[in-house]
Design a protein around this ligand. Sequence first.
Ligand SMILES: Cc1cc2nc3c(=O)[nH]c(=O)nc-3n(C[C@H](O)[C@H](O)[C@H](O)COP(=O)(O)O)c2cc1C
Length: 218
Amino acid sequence: MTIENPLDTLAAWADEAESAGLASPRTLTFATVGADGAPHARIVLSTVIDSQHVRFHSSRPTAKTRDIAENPRASAVFYWPDLSRQVILHGTATELDEATSRVAYPTRPRQLQLVAWAYDDVLTEVGVLGAQATPPEETTSRTVASDVPTSTERIAASVAHHGAQDPATLPMPGSWTTIAFVPDRVDLWQGVGPEVAAHKARYDKGADGTWQRSEILP
Ligand SMILES: Cc1cc2nc3c(=O)[nH]c(=O)nc-3n(C[C@H](O)[C@H](O)[C@H](O)COP(=O)(O)O)c2cc1C
């Protein structure tokens, strides 16, 4: 018997959520663990869900890019309350090559392209990015974007500056990156109704790439 690929089901569920007009049909909570063992979770927006992986974009260095460089194991959750569905993923996350990001950047919404530049500008300003011989004392090689104080005005100035450039030729900031999350365990959770308990199926990927399915408590 052929076992379904649970990532195909995930893709179908995201498509259904989108077709139903639900809010944020492709957002997921993405959790990483740094070298110090502390967990970090945040929302990201997937741009690809296929039979192999979930892909999204980010800036570097953020807590997530630092964490996966140190420990590629990650976990993620999609949740569509109106469909009573949850998908829990465990796997390995890595940054893809720059060429992949260069192809994707022009396809991203203008606002997100400009936010990426705001990250780059602020991180360059404080010496986290760029070829500064001596970074300022307050930044270290482990400083990530969320460690850097900024202001709405500073971000607005960056957005105004890059927003004035021709959108057709706005280059990709060097700190923009693409993360591929490849799950090896997928739990598909489906609420059944008020009188029937939810149903949860677990899929584990074997060394040969095939998925094994078991039913577990919801
Ligand atoms: C709806 C929504 C979508 C988001 N999408 C992304 C995204 O695709 N990539 C990203 O890096 N951050 C995204 N963010 C911001 C992250 O949640 C987070 O604040 C940021 O990436 C820094 O996270 P980190 O320092 O923990 O890595 C999004 C936030 C929200 C609320």
